[in-house]
Write a protein that binds this ligand. Structure first.
Ligand code: NAD
Length: 259
């Protein structure tokens, strides 16, 4: 049973992470929320989740800094005693052709979307091994499996996190720990809404055309994936029924990678 266990969800002040935090709370877990925003900006959502019945805390931390990642794990162990579930979700995007891609954006995306998952996983695995149980869920992307133009850093980081997923899965396979990745298609969160104008500029088309002809063109269902569907997949991966699923990359992308 998941009831009473503790989860960290990185980047859970918004979008997919917030939806996953809610799903884990409903499954009975205590949750450490995290984001780059100050605590007062997240208090309404924290209180809303806590009202569902579990203990919910929030730690603002910049996960581009390895010390920020370690501090988040330490704060969670101090507050709850252990970290049983780690969801590496925090991520950012930048859309530009390779010849214009800013070096600082490359470094930031690799630091947050890839290296923060390494630092967090490294910090929680010893405690999971000691308890003989643990779940790591990495929120990758359909862009962990296939590329799209103008997203060199993001596609690279998301392919990289699938390598981390498989490697740590092998290292922890006999310790009661599973490590998996979820590969979402497009979800209408602030991350996607912000890239619509840049994609329109890069391709020389309107924002409506970006939604219809670029984003949903990739998804045969012609529907955006929902945060509730990703929360459900995460809770399933944490369940005992999923104990034999490890090192996998699960597409939740409306058929995108079947193309
Ligand atoms: P979002 O912009 O709604 O939320 C991003 C979260 O990351 C926020 O909680 C923010 O505080 C946090 N964050 C940003 N910079 C941070 C930093 N330096 N340190 C700590 N936290 C930081 O984004 P989203 O769409 O919910 O995306 C969440 C994850 O899902 C990302 O890894 C993204 O790549 C992935 N994803 C999103 C989509 C999509 O269509 N939205 C598709 C596939 C994968």
């Amino acid at each position: 049973t998941l009831s009473g266990k503790t989860a960290i969800v990185t980047g859970s002040s918004s979008g997919i992470g917030l939806g996953i935090a809610e799903g884990l709370v409903k499954a009975g877990l205590n949750v450490m929320m995290n984001g780059i925003e100050p605590a007062d900006a997240v208090e309404a959502d924290r209180a809303r989740l806590e009202a569902l019945g579990s203990k919910v805390l929030y730690t603002s931390a910049n996960l581009m800094d390895p010390a920020g990642v370690r501090g988040l794990v330490e704060a969670t162990v101090d507050a709850f005693g252990s970290v049983d579930v780690l969801v590496n979700n925090a991520g950012i995007q930048h859309v530009a052709p390779i010849e214009d891609f800013p070096e600082a954006k490359w470094d930031a995306i690799i630091a947050l979307n890839l290296s923060s998952a390494f630092h967090a996983t490294k910090a929680v695995v010893p405690g999971m091994k000691a308890k003989g149980w643990g779940r790591v869920v990495n929120i990758a992307s359909a862009h962990g499996l296939v590329a799209s133009p103008f997203k060199s850093a993001y596609v690279t980081a998301k392919h990289g996190i699938l390598g981390l997923t498989k490697t740590v899965a092998l290292e922890t396979a006999e310790a009661g720990i599973t490590v998996n990745a979820i590969c979402p298609g497009y979800v209408l969160t602030p991350l996607v809404e912000k890239q619509i104008p840049d994609t329109a500029n890069a391709r020389g088309i309107s924002e409506e055309e970006v939604k219809r002809d670029v984003l949903l063109a990739a998804q045969p269902t012609k529907q955006f994936v929902t945060v509730e569907q990703l929360a459900g997949t995460t809770v399933f991966l944490c369940s005992d029924d999923a104990a034999s699923i490890t090192g996998s990359a699960i597409p939740v992308e409306g058929g995108w990678v079947a193309h």
